[in-house]
Design a protein around this ligand. Structure first.
Ligand SMILES: C[S@@+](CC[C@H](N)C(=O)[O-])C[C@H]1O[C@@H](n2cnc3c(N)ncnc32)[C@H](O)[C@@H]1O
Length: 444
């Protein structure tokens, strides 16, 4: 426990989502806190340990409505990535980004605290922010997960163009990374980055898959590694002057018999060692991530516009290549990824393409209708050639469900809702129907 603490007005209260977009402070004795938010509607009525889920509602309500024993949370959450409103005091097309600071802080603390007991053993939590609140968010994360859970703050280059009107042209966001098991332990289970120079190819149709290659030589003179190698074309080779073969003759013969030696130049060249992906030691990620590797907000906008031509797309969507890197580092296939601020659905789309399970909460039903559901429908049906489709070798398949969660504060009974709100769910259902094409029979 730290001996310093960030304090703010009403810190001792709970902040609950109220109605469609507001929040309400509740004291700990408020009886509404005894109520469980309810799942009001569900696309086909079944939630299982294999369900990918879009939940329409506030993230905290969604977690409580599902409950820790929900089959959807089986195995625990391996990765939480959240890209909440940054509290820039601006207003974007799809959501308002101006909250009282105290509300914003409680909103973040309560959602992080709610997700904590649902985490798997080697989980990590990645919180994406900018300079408006990142320093205060770090104090909150220290409070919820402990200072020792801090792993890194990643600087992501979000744009490559310059804003000449500003004092400084800010071109980065910060992503705070925490692992409750601590960085030393988490390091043993996170994935390294694939070596960029290891261009894997399958030049001999090896059934084990593509491979990179390295010279079969080692520096210096080693007596046991000086022998003759006969190439497939009959040339007799000795190690170059001042070098030795990479291994002893017996090891060479074993590798040759196992198809792990490659002779370039049509069989005339010096032997090379074949290295499959699992044998290549990857790279420890840096904390500064450039636009070339992980894309920019503008790349993400272009991708959204390709999917939804003419739409008023999000102002700051995140590119799929950024999420691909995060999900690669923090999870393995079939593990669960959670995003409590779904937006246009980047996390869901990338998790799906990377064969992870996913749970996404998004509070604005119109965003779910206009972006999240149709985007995921495209991914499932193999109709999104953009983003990381190629690098993840995604074709099509899998499925997802949609639920709607009623808040414990300010929920209107169905009969009192404006017809427009009721019509929205009908339109989501229509998108999900077989004719709408959200499901695919072939699993990914
Ligand atoms: C910055 S955007 C997320 C963008 C997303 N990462 C993407 O790439 O498209 C934040 C989203 O969080 C949603 N949101 C805001 N407050 C929320 C809450 N309490 N629960 C769930 N979603 C919320 C907003 O409607 C908005 O769509």
């Amino acid at each position: 426990m730290s001996d310093v603490e960030l304090v703010w007005p009403n810190k001792e209260l709970q902040l609950r989502a109220s109605g469609e977009a507001g929040y309400e402070w509740l004291s700990l004795g408020d009886e509404r806190l005894c109520a469980k938010p309810s799942i009001e509607r569900i696309s086909d009525g079944r939630l299982t340990a294999r369900t990918n889920l879009i939940a329409i509602g506030d993230g905290l309500d969604v977690l409580e409505a599902l409950g820790a024993r929900s089959p959807v949370l089986t195995g625990g959450v391996r990765l939480v990535y959240i890209d909440p409103p940054f509290n820039t005091q601006g207003s974007f097309r799809q959501y308002n980004d101006a909250m009282q600071r105290s509300m914003w802080l409680s909103m973040m603390r309560d959602r992080l605290a709610a997700v904590r007991p649902l985490l798997a053993e080697d989980a990590s939590i990645w919180v994406h922010l900018d300079d408006a609140e990142v320093h205060r968010a770090r104090a909150i994360m220290d409070e919820v997960f402990g200072e020792n859970a801090f792993v890194a703050s990643v600087i992501w280059q979000k744009r490559t163009t310059r804003d000449s009107r500003a004092a400084f042209s800010s071109n980065h966001d910060t992503i705070l990374v925490y692992a409750p098991s601590g960085p030393k332990r988490w390091k043993t289970s996170r994935n390294l980055l694939t070596k960029e120079d290891a261009r894997l190819r399958n030049r001999d149709g090896d059934p084990r898959g593509p491979w990179a290659d390295a010279p079969f030589t080692a520096p210096g003179y080693r007596k046991g590694q000086q022998y003759e190698i006969t190439t497939p074309t009959g040339l007799i080779l000795r190690p170059p002057r001042g070098r030795s073969w990479y291994a002893t003759e017996q090891t060479f013969l074993d590798l040759l018999a196992d198809g792990r030696i490659w002779f370039p130049k049509g069989g005339d060249g010096s032997p090379r060692l074949k290295l499959f992906a699992s044998q290549l030691r990857g790279l420890v990620p840096f904390t500064v991530w450039g636009a070339t590797d992980t894309g920019t907000n503008d790349d993400a906008k272009r991708h959204l516009l390709a999917m939804f031509p003419g739409a008023e797309v999000f102002d700051t969507p995140k590119p799929e290549s950024l999420l691909e890197r995060i999900i690669h580092i923090a999870t393995n296939p079939s593990e669960l990824v959670v995003d409590l601020f779904g937006g246009s659905g980047t996390t869901a789309a990338v998790a799906h393409k990377m064969r992870r399970r996913w749970l996404i909460a998004e509070r604005n039903p119109q965003t779910v209708l206009d972006f999240l559901v149709p985007r995921m429908r495209r991914v499932v049906n193999g109709l999104d050639p953009g983003g990381v489709t190629e690098v993840t070798s995604w074709v099509c398949g899998g499925e997802f469900e949609v639920v709607q969660v009623a808040p414990i504060c300010g929920a209107l009974p169905e009969s009192a809702r404006p017809p427009a709100i009721r019509r929205r769910w009908l339109r989501i259902e229509k998108l999900l129907s077989p004719a709408g094409g959200a499901r695919s029979s072939s699993a990914a």
